[in-house]
Design a protein around this ligand. Structure first.
Ligand SMILES: CCCCCCCC/C=C\CCCCCCCC(=O)N[C@@H](COP(=O)(O)O)[C@H](O)/C=C/CCCCCCCCCCCCC
Length: 215
């Protein structure tokens, strides 16, 4: 999968990954979760270097999780549920403040989980938008309602600047690479509920274990 972030983006592939994310008993497979994010990073990379700092952060978090998956304890990281159990049982999570496990799987996935809420809000806005609606406005509103609450001023400022560089809705839809706008809207109509389900399952799990504020 190395270097796959530079390949051409396809929205259908992202949809497929999030579809594969859920096991029959509604556990979240980490492998497909990170594959979904890898696909999204391809999209981000196609928008230009102004989004490089965001892409870099996402890639480094994806890589941390991939390293866990490929480690000797890889099987414990098969699902988000097994990862949480394994790391908590073995005291591998810094719960109150950063200490000996600053890059635990739980903490790393939490950052992507928060970003998934942004994605859900943004894609829903995009799905219901009109041709001349501004992607930068949709993106900013989704960001302010989700991720921004977890970012310091300097990151919020940099993200806000980057949003101005987003292309218009028609270009956005073209880059999604699934056909005419009606087709994009139809795929978004399938993607948003899936992403929402993955988000909710993870949110409930993290809430149950009091992990939603990991430093
Ligand atoms: C279906 C196609 C249309 C949508 C395509 C969207 C493509 C988005 C791809 C990736 C999104 C980036 C995910 C960012 C993860 C951020 C995780 C995070 O919160 N990291 C911060 C905290 O980490 P720690 O310091 O605690 O380790 C970190 O400080 C963040 C740094 C970078 C800034 C993140 C800003 C995020 C803005 C929201 C994404 C905007 C992308 C716009 C493109 C449409």
């Amino acid at each position: 999968m190395a270097g796959s972030e530079n390949q051409k983006f396809c929205l259908q592939e992202v949809l497929d990954s999030f579809q594969l994310c859920l096991s029959p008993n509604k556990e979240v497979y980490v492998e497909h979760y990170v594959a979904g994010w890898r696909g999204l990073v391809k999209f981000l990379n196609s928008l230009g270097s102004v989004f490089g700092f965001i892409s870099k952060d996402a890639v480094s978090k994806i890589q941390i999780l991939v390293n866990f998956l490929n480690s000797e304890n890889g099987s414990q990281y098969a699902t988000v549920q097994s990862m949480v159990k394994f790391e908590l049982d073995n005291k591998l999570v810094d719960v109150d403040k950063k200490g000996i496990c600053p890059e635990s799987g739980c903490r790393t996935l939490l950052r992507l989980h928060r970003a998934l809420r942004w994605l859900e809000l943004f894609l829903e806005c995009l799905r219901t938008s009109k041709e001349d609606d501004k992607t930068s406005v949709m993106c900013r509103e989704a960001y302010n309602e989700s991720l921004a609450q977890h970012h310091p001023w300097v990151v919020r400022k940099a993200a806000g600047m980057a949003f101005f560089a987003l292309p218009g809705r028609p270009t956005f839809f073209e880059v999604m690479n699934v056909g005419p706008p009606e087709q994009v809207v139809a795929i978004l109509g399938k993607a948003v509920p899936l992403i929402s389900e993955v988000y909710l399952i993870t949110e409930e799990l993290y809430l149950k274990h009091n992990l939603l504020d990991l430093p």
